[in-house]
Write a new protein. Structure first.
Length: 205
């Protein structure tokens, strides 16, 4: 009789252990399921999130200066890559590519000695542009639209092949500095530059 009771107790203990083991396995499985769901949710959120914004301080290779507002990493990398190519292949319109990527934050373009023969129309779309250095290029003319760029304060066109300038430059109310040394201006253009001097523009030619 005592043996039977002992067997029953042993069986009861085994049953309890099995039940505890099943409960533990169930808890482990549930934890694994919840962890898998958590990871899947995080991956989905990362996929939907925009590129991490970064603050760009002053420049990219002295060619582009931005106003310091956030710019997504992909655009920054694309602009940096284009800046490295400007001047190496004059037949490729890298400036228009820059404008396509970013036209709101660029405040300065440093294009000194980049083998430029013309400025693309896309430059007019640079809404925040305040400075542009076009020195030591091969420009034979400046586009008329440059006079419509109201935020432009400083223009440098030293060492080019310019004989005339668009009349719209004389009407630029925000222009503070206009450097145009070593060009071949005709008398009419020189007269215009003298009038600009009288209006307070720092003109050098």
């Amino acid at each position: 009789m005592s043996r039977i009771i002992g067997d029953r107790k042993e069986k009861s203990t085994l049953d309890e252990m099995e039940e505890v083991a099943r409960a533990r396995n169930k808890d482990v499985a549930e934890d694994e399921r919840l962890e898998a769901l958590r990871k899947a949710k995080e991956e989905a959120e990362r996929a939907k999130a925009p590129s991490e914004p970064i603050i760009i301080e002053p420049s990219m290779g002295d060619i582009i200066k931005l106003n310091g507002t956030p710019l997504c990493r992909n655009d920054y990398e694309a602009l940096s890559d284009i800046c490295k190519k400007i001047g190496k292949n004059p037949d490729t319109d890298y400036l228009s590519q820059i404008v396509t990527i970013e036209n709101k934050r660029i405040v300065s373009l440093g294009l000194y000695k980049k083998e430029l023969v013309r400025l693309p129309d896309a430059i007019e779309k640079l809404d925040a542009l305040g400075q542009i250095d076009l020195g030591a290029n091969k420009l034979g003319e400046l586009p008329y639209f440059i006079g419509r760029m109201k935020l432009l304060k400083e223009i440098c066109i030293d060492n080019n092949n310019l004989e005339i300038l668009p009349a719209s430059i004389e009407t630029m109310t925000g222009l503070k500095m206009f450097f145009a040394n070593r060009n071949n201006f005709d008398s009419t253009t020189k007269q215009m530059l003298e009038r600009m001097k009288k209006k307070g523009v720092d003109v050098r030619y």
